[in-house]
Design a protein around this ligand. Structure first.
Ligand code: GDP
Ligand code: IMO
Ligand code: MG
Length: 446
């Protein structure tokens, strides 16, 4: 039997590119969705026939009956947030049992992680990242410090008690000394988390084994990224990043599937740029044009509600994302947000100290020296929300996409012109090259 096809979905910017929607479209044909990094800092919006779901920890496959969803070992799991999300999905009539699995090697977020993050974010002399305050960074710190609690340990009651007692003693001392934090009660925590462990137990298994077997049996797998390339711990705008490997390499370490089993990397990019939280953003618009993009694109965080910063498409960063992730196909989302414009500036290059450069700075302060070089592309000033084929798009919109292809060396395989599952254009070569014969654009299905 041939092994199943696999594709990594990766954010090519600073997150919120529309990964949730695209994963949902792909589950028309993929059998398994595996989340590989991050935690409930993510907010992935999926709109199906007008009904909105915001997924944080649960992979997008859950919304497609029969599709298997896996939370991989690279994820940091807050058990209480997970149970809350599952309860609200159940309330919405989503079938969970038998379709959702959690890695026994995923790390657990505990209340002291949030305590440490809150303290660090507000401490004098520390860089304020503008995090989602979910305890993500401190949980990954404990993982790398080899003092984390994994899901398998959460289910081991005796080990859980000892771990919580020791960790609370240590974290309470550090929290008090550094940030004057109020101490956490270990007994109360143990009770709450041992209860949660019982509810989580039915979902837990060796997901690396599950995924490798599924691929060997010919099942197709999408690896669902969270955050984006420029938020990656190594390759992003450090220190204004998240604490995980959001780039495509994370799909391998974050699930236990070998690199040789990855067929394709699909980068998701908005037709412009956004970022939420602090840190460099070379093509940011701080004027009324930025405000206009924010309003038209409804650029407010899916989970935190924070306004997203907005700017023009940044091709040097997209080329960088292409190199780091090995992106062969791009999906361009939110094209409709540019529908009203008669011309669209695009950042085509960087100058640093007056010299053109193809390099992306390693230091946050390096970005301050960047001068963006813009090219004005003709706008189309026509609605695109109901278009379902490439040919149906206005000519300047097609030229905008062709320009992105020429400048990045990647092909555009899908275009999103609205938040709904149906508002999607699939490029026939993408469908055939991915071997997704049965996937159809909504119009083609009618
Ligand atoms: P993710 O984190 O990458 O899954 O993206 P988010 O869900 O956080 O943010 C993307 C936002 O854009 C959500 O509100 C989506 O409903 C919305 N969206 C996705 N694709 C499109 C599109 O093509 N057009 C418009 N107007 N909105 C879109
Ligand atoms: P999805 O998967 C956009 C940002 C935060 C902050 C930085 C670090 O929906 O694209 P953290 O809480 O992770 O320590 O915060 O990263 N951030 C995101 N921005 N989309 C996300 O996820 C994000 N997850 C984290 O705003 O700047
Ligand atoms: Mg999001």
């Amino acid at each position: 039997m041939n092994r199943g096809r696999t594709a990594v979905i990766v954010g090519a910017q600073w997150g919120d590119e529309g990964k949730g929607k695209i994963v949902d479209v792909l589950t028309q044909t993929f059998s398994v969705v595996a989340r590989y990094a991050g935690g409930h800092n993510a907010g992935h919006t999926v709109i199906i026939n007008g009904k909105k779901f915001i997924l944080q920890l649960v992979p997008g496959g859950i919304l497609r009956p029969g599709c298997i969803s896996v939370i991989g070992n690279g994820v940091v799991l807050d058990p209480l947030a997970f149970l809350k999300e599952v309860a609200s999905l159940r309330d919405a009539g989503v079938q969970i049992d038998g379709n959702l699995f959690i890695s026994n090697r995923a790390q657990v977020i505990l209340p002291y992680h949030r305590m440490m993050e809150l303290g660090a974010e507000n401490a004098p002399g520390r860089v304020k990242i503008g995090t989602t305050s979910r305890g993500i960074g401190p949980a990954y710190e404990d993982k790398m410090g080899r003092r984390g609690l994994r899901v398998a340990d959460l289910l081991d009651t005796a080990l859980l008690r000892t771990h919580i007692e020791n960790a609370c003693r240590e974290k309470n001392m550090i929290g008090h000394a550094l940030f004057n934090s109020d101490p956490l009660d270990a007994d109360k925590m143990f009770k709450e988390y041992s209860d949660a462990a019982q509810k989580i137990a039915p979902f837990v298994c060796d997901t690396a084994l599950l995924l490798n077997q599924a691929i060997a049996e010919g099942k197709s797998v999408v690896f669902e990224g969270a955050q984006g390339t420029m938020l990656d711990i190594d390759h992003g705008t450090y220190p204004f990043v998240t604490s995980s490997s959001a780039t495509s390499g994370g799909a391998v370490t974050g699930t236990g599937v070998p690199p040789t089993s990855i067929d394709t990397v699909i980068g998701i990019t908005k037709a412009y740029c956004t970022r939420v939280g602090g840190g460099p953003f070379p093509s940011e618009l701080l004027d009324e044009q930025g405000e206009d993009l924010r309003k038209r694109g409804n650029e407010f965080g899916a989970v935190t509600g924070r306004p997203r910063r907005t700017g023009w498409l940044d091709l040097p960063l997209l080329r960088y994302a292409g190199m780091i992730n090995g992106i062969s196909w791009l999906v361009v989302t939110k094209l409709d947000v540019l529908d009203h414009l008669t011309e669209i500036p695009v950042c085509v290059g960087y100058k640093i100290d007056g010299k053109a450069t193809a390099e992306v700075p390693a230091q946050a302060c390096g970005y301050e020296k960047i001068e963006c070089l813009y090219r004005k592309m003709p706008g189309w000033a026509t609605p695109t929300q109901d278009v379902r084929t490439l040919e149906g798009l206005p000519k300047p919109a097609r030229e905008y996409l062709t320009f992105i292809e020429k400048e990045t060396g990647a092909r555009v395989g899908m275009i999103s012109t609205g938040p709904d599952r149906e508002q999607t254009i699939l490029v026939p070569e993408f469908v055939s090259q991915l071997g997704l014969k049965e996937i159809k654009s909504p119009a083609a299905r009618a």
